[in-house]
Every structure is written in C-alpha cells, then in structure tokens.
Design a protein around this ligand. Structure first.
Ligand code: F6R
Length: 613
C-alpha cells in the first residue's frame, strides 16, 4: 500500500527519493509525489504525478531548483478521495512552507476539517491527510516548534499514521511519527533516511531503527532523537539489515513473480536449513524452543491470517491436528475481532503474515492479547510489526517477496508449519521414526521442486489454451483443498479471471451446476489416500463435459484416459504435497496473466502489504 521515503544529508535528495519510491512500487499505488526544500532554504517544491513513479521521475527531471538535500516522498493507494494529483502526497499548507506525507487513516478527519474550515483553512484535496497539515500549521502559527506542532496535532487525531513532515521554517529536520503504520529510520554517515519499508534503505545503509507506535522522531543529518507523545526520550536498539541489493532486483527474469516461483528451490531449503535434528527426529526452532513445552500443552492452537497466509494456515491445520493431536482452529484475521472469539490463556495463537504488516492481522493480535493467549508470529519480513508484537515466533526465511501475488512465502510458511508439527508432535505422541520420515521428505523437496519447474513450457502451452476463459474451478481434497483455494486466488488476482476453489466432494452440492464444455476444472489429484474419491469427482465433471486439467503423480498413467491435460509431478508424503502441488498452479496463473498482457507484478487494485483495515 502507500509508501514513504525521506532523506536528510548532504547528497542531492531527489534521486534518492525517486529510487526509494521505485523500491516501494511493489506495494501497490496509484499516484506518487515528492516534496523538497532547496539548500539555500529559500524554496520549497512539490511535484506529483498520477500513475507510475517513472512519470514522476520525468517531471522531476525538469525541476529547476538549487540542490536539495532534504525531502520526503510518497506513493499513494487511494482510500479517501479518488486517485488524482490533488489527492496525491505530499500535502501542504497555504504558503507551501510545510509538507507532509502520511500512511494510514485519520478517522475523525471530518470533524477536524469542519473546525479548521471555520478557522479559515482552505482544503484543496479530498483526503483525510490534508487535515493533518492544516492542524500542524495552526500550531506552527501560534509559535510552536515543528516537533511540538506535530505532537499537538497528533493528540487531536484518532486513527492510524506513519508520517513525515518537513518545514521551510526549520529546514534542517524531518519529523517522523508512527501509530499503526510502519516506519524505519536508516542511519548513515552524516545522513539519515526514513522509509515505510526497509527495502527503500538497501544499498544506502545496513543500520536502522524500527519506530514503534506512539513514538515521534526528530531526524537531522547527524542525529535522530526518539520521544514518546508525552516528550519522554526513548533509547532505541539499532538493527542490522541483512537483505542485499541483488535479492530485491529482478535479475534476468521478466517478472518478480516468475523469479520468486523459481526461487522456491532455494527458499524452501532456506526455511528448513539448520532447523533439522535428524538423530532426534525433531526440529530446532530458536524462536519458539523455549516455549515449545507450553505450546505442546495448549488446549487449542488458533491460527489467524489473511489471503494466501490464511491458506497456509488451512494446510497447517491438517498438519498440526494430524501430528500433534491438539485441536486447531483457523480464523480470518479480518473477522476474528468482529466475533467474540473464545480464546484463553491455555491457547496458543499463531499469526501468519508474509509482510508482518497486514493491518487486519495486527488488529486480530491486539484482540488476542487482551485474552492472554500465547502470541506467536510466523513472518517473512524480519523486524516487521507482527514479528515485534509477538511473544515468540519463527521467521520463514523465504527472502524478500516483491511480486504482489505471494508464491515463495506460501511454500516457506508450509515448511515452517511442518517443522512446528514435528517439534510439538515429538513432545506429544509422534514417534522418532515418523519424525525422521517427515524431516527426510522435507530435505528431498528442493530437488522435486526443481523437477516441477522443468514443466514450465508444458504449463505455458496449457495456459495458452485458456487465455480467454471466463471462469476456472479448482478442486482438491484433504491437504490439497487449501491448495485449490490458493490456485484460484492466484488466477483471480493476476489474470482477473473469476476462479473458485472447492473441496472436491462439495462440488456436487452446488458448483456442479456451473459445469459445461466452457468450464476449465483444475483437479489436484496426486496418488494419496483420497485419490479414488477424487477420481470419482473427475468422472462427475467429465460426464458434464467439463474440461479437466489434473495435477497428478508422475507414475499415474491411468489418469490420462480421463482428463484433457495432466501435469505430472513427483510424490512426497501427504502433509508436504501442497508444497509441490501449488507450484504448477502458480505457473499456470502466471502464464495466463502474461499472455493476457497484464501487469503480473502489480495487478490492479492490489497492494503487497495491506496496511488498512
Ligand atoms: C495473495 C496475497 C494476499 C496476502 C494477504 C496477507 O497473493 O499476497 O492475499 O497473502 O494480503 O498478506 P500477509 O501475508 O503479508 O499478511
């Protein structure tokens, strides 16, 4: 969603800000803008553009201004007010001496706007953010410093924010504040950076501090001071950023999504590397080892997440129930707090999130916290809000995921849940032999993924046949039912073709009415304990002339007599099969979208990290 970048130092801020915005493009946005103060402190400039950052860059090239070494920039994903230049950030006061960029939502903006309008402030946008600028300006006009004015303004607003403000009246600082929307300060030598995502800092610095809710930071080129909203100074821990520049570049791939699908050979390996204790048939997960006993004694395990991470939670439900014997419940994070969830201190809650910033998942966490459950984070992004809010957790180690459609994070989340199932299972009833079998199968996955990726050309040829399809139905049973949901989600989000995932047996209770010769049906049918039943479902589709694409086991020759297309993949044990069966579905969605000429990495209306509820 919206992205923020800020720079203060001695270099020209403009290319740094534009480069930073480009690094945040993957988050999804509809407009972009930049606000700077000239080095002679006489001029301020704001430039905005609808559409891509490259358009903003073109406009900025024509900018006539003495060098600027302080500036803030933003990519906007519209919430209040349509995508337009007027609504894009930075927003500014009447004489353009104050600039502000803001992520989040100001909930009481209508009442503040009414009051400010009465006091003579004029509004030029339809955004909630603009009230913040005028509110800060009203305190500046009364003689408060920029820091104090931001503090006073924030004490009047309800809602969420990650914001940066600069002013010509104090041109040597950026004021930064956070509540509910991530921000990080990058520490350089005689320079500082601000960003809503560490990706914007990579290559500039490897040292950063994560800003927490309720903190305000005064950033100058030489130092930064963090204080609470009540002006108490706060000492911060400096973190190392371990991500390298090449990890966030596309390399030779045409799209990030394809790169990330191919990276699964390594990312799956990275997720279990150093975490297997083969002799003991168990896993070693530093983040939860000290509380593993408590998890094993939980009355219930509750998993909460959104989107693809929720699908990972559904697969994890099968794994955890099978191998730990503890009842498991999986909840949409976005629904969790709108019920009265029965969660107690005897439960362990897992919050699953690639980005670690999803607002709905964070909100579910806050609700669970009130109920004293053990809070565990399963995140990909190191240092993210969910990771920091958790009492303990496991990083999935998939590496940076830039493509909006989640791929490698999903398979890594499943690897981590397989390891958790073994770790907790071994503390309960799982035998040494069974634990070792799971771990050996885990170790064999990277080679099998490599084998599946060799089917890319075959899958591309199948995709060609379905570019004009209007609907897709995905069917799977048991462990592969959540994979059907995930395959359908991938197809919907990047190809804009309507797709639905169903448990295969549920088809006859309704969706079967949709089947005719124009309905492609993808059936996940590896040779496992539910194979015979899935074959019956295939027959039912066939009898109604549906076109069937099967994801089948490599040694299954009979299935070719029943289906129109078969994609043959290697086998593994049932619990790990989703890590393999999902890969052809990722590739299928990818190729259909590319053949339709769509923007695979930044599909319309979507954001990589959904930071509003
Ligand atoms: C789908 C997708 C989204 C995310 C969802 C949760 O490809 O990317 O459905 O899975 O927004 O995001 P995280 O995992 O970052 O909490």
């Amino acid at each position: 969603m919206c992205g923020i970048v800020g720079y203060i130092g001695e270099k020209n801020s403009i290319p740094i800000l534009i480069e930073g915005l480009k690094r945040l493009e993957y988050r999804g946005y509809d407009s972009a803008g930049i606000g700077i103060i000239s080095n002679d402190k006489k001029e301020t400039r704001v430039i905005k553009s609808l559409g891509k950052v490259s358009k903003l860059e073109e406009k900025v090239e024509h900018l006539v201004i003495d060098n600027s070494s302080i500036g803030i920039a933003h990519t906007r994903w519209a919430t209040h007010g349509e995508p337009s230049e007027a609504n894009a950030h930075p927003h500014f006061n009447k004489d353009e001496s104050l600039y502000l960029v803001h992520n989040g939502i100001i909930e009481n903006y209508t009442e503040i706007k009414a009051k400010l309008t009465k006091d003579g402030f004029e509004f030029v946008s339809q955004t909630d953010t603009e009230v913040l600028v005028h509110l800060i300006d009203s305190f500046l006009a009364k003689g408060s410093s920029l820091l104090k004015s931001v503090q006073l303004a924030l004490s009047e607003v309800r809602g969420t924010y990650g914001l940066c403000a600069i002013s010509k009246t104090e041109p040597d600082k950026i004021i930064v504040a956070r509540k509910g929307s991530p921000l990080v300060v990058g520490i350089g030598d005689g320079e500082h950076f601000v960003a809503s995502d560490v990706n914007a800092l990579i290559g500039h610095t490897s040292r950063c501090v994560y800003i927490e809710d309720g903190e305000i930071v005064e950033v100058t080129k030489d130092k930064f001071t963090v204080s609470s909203i009540d002006n108490e100074e706060i000492l911060k821990e400096v973190h190392e950023i371990s991500v390298e520049l090449d990890e966030i570049s596309k390399g030779d791939y045409p799209h990030y999504m394809l790169k990330e699908i191919y990276e699964q050979v390594n990312s799956v390996h990275d997720s279990f590397r150093g975490r297997i204790l083969m002799d003991e048939g168990t896993a070693k997960l530093d983040g939860i080892d000290r509380i593993a006993e408590r998890i094993a004694n939980s009355k219930r395990l509750v998993l909460s997440a959104c989107g693809t991470s929720w699908h990972a939670g559904l697969v994890a439900e099968y794994m955890l129930e099978q191998f730990t014997g503890i009842p498991v419940e999986v909840d949409y994070a976005s629904e969790f707090r709108y019920r009265n969830p029965i969660v107690t201190k005897e439960d362990s809650m897992f919050f699953i999130s690639q980005s670690g910033e999803t607002a709905d998942t964070l909100a579910a966490m806050k609700e669970a916290k009130r109920r004293d459950a053990l809070m565990l984070g399963i995140c990909n992004v190191v240092g993210s809000s969910i990771a920091r809010e958790s009492e303990a957790g496991v990083y999935v180690h998939a590496g940076p995921e830039i493509g909006v459609a989640s791929t490698k994070a999903f398979t890594s989340q499943l690897v981590v849940f397989a390891l958790i199932s073994v770790l907790i299972g071994r503390k309960r009833h799982l035998s040494l032999i069974d634990g070792q079998e799971i771990l050996r199968e885990l170790e064999s996955l990277p080679k099998k993924i490599e084998q599946i990726l060799k089917l890319n050309n075959q899958i591309e040829a199948i995709a060609e046949k379905f570019v004009n399809a209007k609907n897709f139905l995905y069917l799977g049973r048991g462990y592969n039912f959540p994979v059907a949901l995930e395959g359908a989600l991938k197809m919907k989000e990047i190809s804009y073709i309507h797709a639905e995932g169903y448990p295969a047996a549920e088809m006859k209770h309704g969706p079967i009415a949709l089947i005719d010769e124009n309905m492609p049906v993808i059936v996940i049918a590896p040779k496992d304990s539910v194979y015979e039943k899935v074959i019956t479902n295939i027959e039912e589709v066939k009898a109604r002339k549906g076109v069937i694409i099967a994801i089948a086991s490599e040694n299954d020759n009979e299935i070719d007599n029943l289906v129109d297309y078969s994609i043959k993949i290697p086998d593994t044990i049932r619990m790990l099969m989703p890590i393999l069966t999902v890969i052809p579905l990722q590739l299928l969605a990818y190729h259909v979208a590319v053949k339709k000429g769509l923007n695979v990495d930044q599909p319309r209306n979507l954001a990589k990290s959904v930071t509003v509820e």
